[in-house]
Write a new protein. Structure first.
Length: 258
């Protein structure tokens, strides 16, 4: 990974629990817009990823008005400093400022960005803080903006997302024997338990032990690892999404029609 693609470190803070954050006035919170949709005539409801409070829903009152200061600020993939308040799961946005320092996403990178956002909306519970995942999201956007290979960037983020949400199995240990995965053995991965040797009746993707070991250490240089990891992550994500479809491509099409 190039130095230019590494995001500037964000000062870490202990993530407050949900019980202590709902109803608290928050200011100067690092944040990104994941998704927004109209609310009444002049407002927006925004799904926002914040560093210390996780995914939160806020109402941006008057954001659709022609002269609203928020109108040009609440854009996807742009780092914000946000403030909000409220006692319910739907908070009220009190302010948002563009921080800057990141290149815009274009073409394929833009589609990949919407894919990341859709994964976060569908897999992250609200008010569940994941500071490390927020930092990984920032780094991933930077990598995409600097034209790093999208397949590798996406596989790393998908794996980080499953780890942070606590549903990623250890890919280095065989669940049947607890022995270390062997590079020359073919496995399937149980989404709830982890790798085991393949069987004739398996319908899950078959992957080599080398692919699993490569994924665990984030080494995607091998073409076979890239191909097999793509199929494996598609299978694992489908399981954890409970069959919910990913509509990223249609979202991008809709955006371009605006």
């Amino acid at each position: 990974m190039s130095d230019a693609a590494v995001a500037e470190p964000v000062k870490r803070a202990r993530a407050p629990s949900r019980e202590r954050t709902v109803g608290t006035r928050v200011s100067d919170q690092p944040a990104f817009v994941l998704h927004s949709y109209p609310y009444k005539e002049t407002s927006l409801i925004i799904d926002m990823l914040t560093r210390d409070f996780g995914r939160v829903a806020v109402i941006a009152k008057g954001a659709k008005r022609p002269h609203s200061q928020l109108r040009g600020v609440l854009q996807t993939f742009q780092p914000l400093s946000a403030g909000f308040v409220g006692k319910n799961e739907l908070r009220t946005l009190t302010g948002a400022e563009w921080v800057g320092g990141m290149l815009p996403l274009e073409k394929t990178a833009l589609l990949c960005g919407f894919y990341l956002n859709e994964l976060l909306v569908k897999l992250l519970a609200r008010d569940d803080a994941h500071p490390a995942l927020f930092d990984h999201y920032v780094a991933t956007l930077n990598q995409l903006a600097h034209n790093e290979p999208a397949p590798i960037v996406l596989r790393k983020f998908e794996r980080a997302l499953l780890k942070e949400t606590g549903v990623a199995a250890d890919l280095t240990r065989c669940t049947a024997t607890r022995a270390r995965v062997q590079a020359d053995v073919v496995y399937v991965v149980d989404p709830e338990r982890g790798p085991r040797p393949e069987r004739a009746d398996d319908i899950a993707p078959r992957v080599s032990g080398k692919t699993l070991l490569d994924m665990e250490c984030e080494d995607y240089q091998d073409a076979a690892t890239q191909a097999q990891s793509k199929q494996l992550m598609r299978f694992l994500l489908a399981h954890h999404l409970g069959g919910a479809p990913l509509n990223t491509r249609q979202i991008l099409i809709d955006l371009l029609q605006l």
